[in-house]
Write a protein that binds this ligand. Structure first.
Ligand code: PCA
Length: 327
């Protein structure tokens, strides 16, 4: 792990040389759940470079996308326990531990990038505190594009979804399946192409981005733009590791994290239409959900919102109230 501090040649030929007496170099392996080509992973790789360059190589971050170091579901535990110093994960993936993690998967609460940014502002202090109590320091978070529904046939109402095998990625998506009469099966994004090809799953709610990354047109035919919510990925550091990091390096990491959050948000917006076009080019029918499907889904959304508020109590209500006050 430890090796002498060395110069880092950044893009544009800026040479950063660590001073005499600089701390020993550390390598931080950063597990990530999504494919290397996905924009979250690309932003994570830029963030890693920024930190490596900015700290003059004192901290070298090496990203491991596609769940190659730890599978998505195991990344948080790995960082909490110090098996990995830093990592990225879907925030609402922890909804089963604490319903507050699902603030960004409440149907139709925040349905655009603008609203998602406000909701994040409203929720961030609570989420930061919960993560801190779990030995995690929150660095940055980036939204996925708006979520829509994928199917292998035309669907015009919730009644037509009955019995369909549905790939879920968190508690909210599993609940959505139950309430629509579908059969939920949890599958990581890294494994969905195979799940659809073999018929283990026939439908999912996700962004155009994930469908595009996983080439789902090889198995699926329809994507309905529902804009039900925009879930976030976040980057966390083990708190003990963070506590041992020098103030100067913490500042550099925070600066790189702010840049990553900004760039990630921008790329997510840009990627939305690009990936919907990609699904079309792959042969899928892409368009807004019909009126009946939308009104059926809104009714289910109301149920899920009530359930989430009942589970999260005063803290959940405070997030929603703060968000609504920003409008
Ligand atoms: N892609 C991720 C989470 C949300 C999204 O758009 C997934 O499907 O796993």
């Amino acid at each position: 792990m430890k090796r002498p501090v060395k110069s880092v040649l950044a893009a544009g030929a800026i040479v950063v040389t660590a001073g005499v007496g600089a701390a020993q170099a550390e390598k931080w392996d950063m597990p990530m759940a999504y494919s290397a080509t996905n924009f979250h992973s690309a932003v994570g790789a830029e963030f890693a470079k920024c930190v490596t360059t900015g700290t003059g190589g004192e901290i070298e971050i090496v990203t491991h996308p596609s769940g190659s170091l730890f599978k998505g579901a195991d990344i948080k535990r790995a960082v909490q326990t110090g098996q990995a110093p830093i990592g990225e994960r879907l925030l609402s993936g922890h909804q089963n531990e604490n319903a507050l993690f699902g603030f960004d998967s409440v149907p139709f609460l925040a349905t655009s990038f603008e609203q998602s940014a406000k909701l994040w502002k409203a929720a961030k202090p609570t989420l930061t505190k919960i993560l801190s109590e779990q030995n995690l320091h929150l660095l940055y978070a980036v939204p996925w594009p708006p979520q829509g529904l994928y199917f292998k046939k035309e669907i015009n109402s919730v009644a037509e979804m009955k019995g369909i095998k549905f790939r879920s990625y968190n508690t909210a998506t599993a609940r959505l399946a139950e309430l629509t009469g579908m059969l939920p099966v949890t599958i990581e994004a890294a494994e969905i192409s195979q799940a659809f090809a073999t018929g283990v799953a026939e439908s999912m709610v996700s962004s155009g981005s994930t469908g595009y990354d996983r080439k789902v047109w090889e198995s699926l035919t329809h994507f309905y733009e529902v804009d039900s919510w925009l879930p976030r990925n976040y980057v966390m550091v083990n708190k003990d590791v963070w506590g041992k990091t020098s103030k100067g390096n913490q500042n550099i990491i925070n600066g790189c994290a702010s840049l990553a959050e900004y760039a990630g948000n921008y790329r997510s917006i840009e990627y939305t239409q690009f990936t919907l076009n990609g699904l079309k080019a792959g042969g899928m029918k892409v368009g807004p959900a019909g009126d009946k499907l939308v009104s059926d889904l809104k009714a289910i959304g109301d149920t899920m919102t009530k359930e989430w508020l009942a589970k999260t109590g005063a803290e959940g209500k405070a997030i929603v109230d703060a968000f609504k006050a920003m409008k």
